[in-house]
Design a protein around this ligand. Sequence first.
Ligand SMILES: [Zn+2]
Ligand SMILES: [Zn+2]
Length: 281
Amino acid sequence: MLDRRASANKSDSLLSIKFIVFSQFGFTALSALSTLFDLSARQLPSQCRICHTWPSLPICANCLGQFAVPCVRCDTCALPLPGPVIRCGVCLHTPPPLDACLAAVSYAYPWSRLIADYKFGSQPALARILADLLRTVPGVLEAVHQASLLLPIPLSRERLQWRGYNQSLLLARELSGSKTRSDVLLRIRDTPIQHTLHRAERLKSLHNAFALEPGLAALVKDKRVVLIDDVMTSGASLDTAARVLRSGGAAHITGVVVARTAAHEAIKNPAMPVNMRGLRG
Ligand SMILES: [Zn+2]
Ligand SMILES: [Zn+2]
């Protein structure tokens, strides 16, 4: 009896050792393989998402040169500026709550189509391509490096359930997974459809839409924070979120967006399903 129990214990011990060995080396091997695949996926030639040239980086150099031409933008609202000035008249007159704002491109072809695919075409993998685009913008990597936190603009529960992912959160994770927190800035109130609203109406509709998680609010105090969104239209979402962060004691707030619409331009995209058309976020 004792021999059998000792044998069973020995067998259990061997199983435990095997499990530990697999845990240590099996998972490490899987992790290494995953990293290798990830690197390969980044480095293997593919088809340009815009002109469909093959082989190419996900967006070819020609398309970047043609459609992502850098332009002078207001440093606090990212609207294009005509000349060598750093701030637009509106921001000079009424400084926004953002200390800085960076946009990769204007919201126009082909980026509008790519972003529609990303948000409404169930293609979350496009986050990597769009984050790579963001990295090319002067100031983005510095802002991410200097920040303590990257906070995505949170989605309403309805939109999150419909899409299955927060597109701003995926972008933030691509830029810095370790600094990204989705549990600090919360959307505590759903907002009505925004596309027919002007900026003042949007600001009003977003009143009290965001809040800091009470148990985590101390994380933003005296810290540099980067707010991430995919598209900046009127700026109402970023401004409202920035005011919440400011009232929580954030020391410096930079907005980072992939695409910036012209002032007061509504997003009209036929690629969006009818019931989601105009739903900001
Ligand atoms: Zn191309
Ligand atoms: Zn401005």
